[in-house]
Design a protein around this ligand. Structure first.
Ligand SMILES: [Fe+2]
Length: 402
């Protein structure tokens, strides 16, 4: 372990690999089973005794892995806080029954008091958008994204904030998705393979060997991919390698904005779409993927929105017959809203464009092609976890450089 000094004192180790600014504690007291820590600006943290114990080096967490060591079954009421004092220019020192005193880094405690330990921290707030916000995806420089953290971080931030962000000026070689994924995290493999092609040309249209409506010259209505899975892929990336075709604009609508409008203007449809389930079914040769869930799935608190909106694979109502008329009415209303100028943007793909979007939030589609020519997009999926983890790492790194 690297020894880092604060003044004359060695910094107390923290249960992670980050560095924290020294934010001295002003006072501390014990209130029942809580140690109450206070800073000069009035911020307080109530720290439960067992939680503090879990964060004592070598006793509560392992210095090599920074992972916790105490099985909850081993928690004992025989260990209590005997004393809590401020030492070493502002650190917290706690003595537990039968132990030598343990010292806690005040900056690490402060980051908990400031909620920077929560899942949503170090990432932007999701912000819904309409064509009044922008008519093309927020765009960043793809020619420098591999080497420039500020560009990379800004693009990841927009992916989280708006659910869509474009890189323009990327290389047009077919391996670029893999190179970019190498900076982000694991690619989500599916029955389409880790990297897949969306090819549209005159020869391909109507071809029997295509495994997706995407590989035709037909219009594709607003949808989300793979609602047939328990957890549909988090983000989708489409890299334009070739585009010689006319028309075939990409369409995008922010499902979060559509859901908000539906809840406000058509509460009965919102209720139907959040409570009535459908069976989504991928019936490809040799596979039998199916999942039942609502069209609008809010999941647990703070989970990303999941829309299950792909009519090619929405196979059966999973509800009482009496509910089916209102379920269809609600779905029609939602889909018409998503397909309207109030919510939908349409823009062309240029070779070297790479558009990333939240596959569970953003409704994507394609206008019909107007003239012949090849268009070749290379696609991949990467789950929410990877985007968010990498976004936090980059944002923490950038913040520490300031
Ligand atoms: Fe799609």
């Amino acid at each position: 372990m690297a020894i880092v000094e604060h003044g004359e004192h060695q910094l107390p180790p923290t249960p992670d690999f980050y560095e924290y600014p020294w934010t001295p504690i002003e006072s501390v007291s014990v209130d029942g089973r809580f140690v109450v820590v206070r800073w000069a600006d009035g911020v307080e943290l109530e720290a439960f005794d067992w939680w503090l114990l879990e964060n004592v080096v070598d006793r509560g967490f392992d210095l090599a892995t920074r992972e916790q060591l105490i099985d909850p079954a081993a928690l004992t009421n025989d260990v209590a806080v005997e004393s809590a004092v401020v030492v070493d220019d502002g650190a917290l020192q706690v003595t537990f029954t039968g132990s030598t005193p343990a010292t806690f880094h005040p900056g690490w405690l402060r980051h908990v008091a400031d909620d920077q330990h929560l899942a949503q921290s170090w990432l932007p707030e999701p912000t819904s958008w309409t064509p009044a916000t922008f008519t093309e995806p927020p765009t960043h420089d793809g020619s420098v994204v591999l080497d420039d953290d500020a560009t990379f971080g800004a693009w990841l931030d927009d992916l989280v904030r708006y659910g869509i962000a474009r890189l323009r000026g990327c290389p047009t070689d077919e391996g670029f998705n893999a190179v970019l994924a190498g900076k982000i995290g694991a690619v989500r493999d599916t029955n389409f393979g880790p990297f897949w092609d969306v090819k549209a040309d005159v020869e391909m249209a109507g071809s029997a060997d295509t495994n997706s409506t995407a590989n035709t010259n037909l219009r594709l209505g607003p949808h989300t991919d793979l609602p047939t899975r328990e957890t549909p892929p988090g983000f989708q990336f489409l890299h334009c390698v070739v585009n010689e075709a006319g028309g075939g604009f990409s369409t995008m609508a922010d499902g979060a904005a559509v859901v908000d409008a539906l809840r406000e203007q058509h509460p009965e449809h919102y209720e139907a779409l959040t409570t009535l389930n459908w069976v989504f079914f991928n019936r490809g040769p040799g596979i039998d993927h199916r999942w039942s869930g609502p069209f609008i799935d809010h999941g647990v608190a703070n989970a990303p929105l999941t829309l299950r909106a792909f009519y090619p694979v929405r196979a059966f109502p999973d509800m009482a017959p009496a509910d089916q008329p209102r379920a269809y009415e609600a779905m029609r209303c939602f889909s018409q809203m998503a397909d309207s100028a109030r919510f939908k943007i349409a823009y062309p793909f240029k070779p070297g464009d790479l558009v990333g979007f939240d596959n569970r939030r953003i409704l994507h589609g394609r206008d019909a092609f107007e003239s012949g020519g090849r268009r070749h997009l290379r696609g991949m999926y990467i789950d929410q976890d990877e985007i968010r983890s990498t976004g936090r790492v980059i944002n923490r790194r950038l913040a520490n450089q300031i």
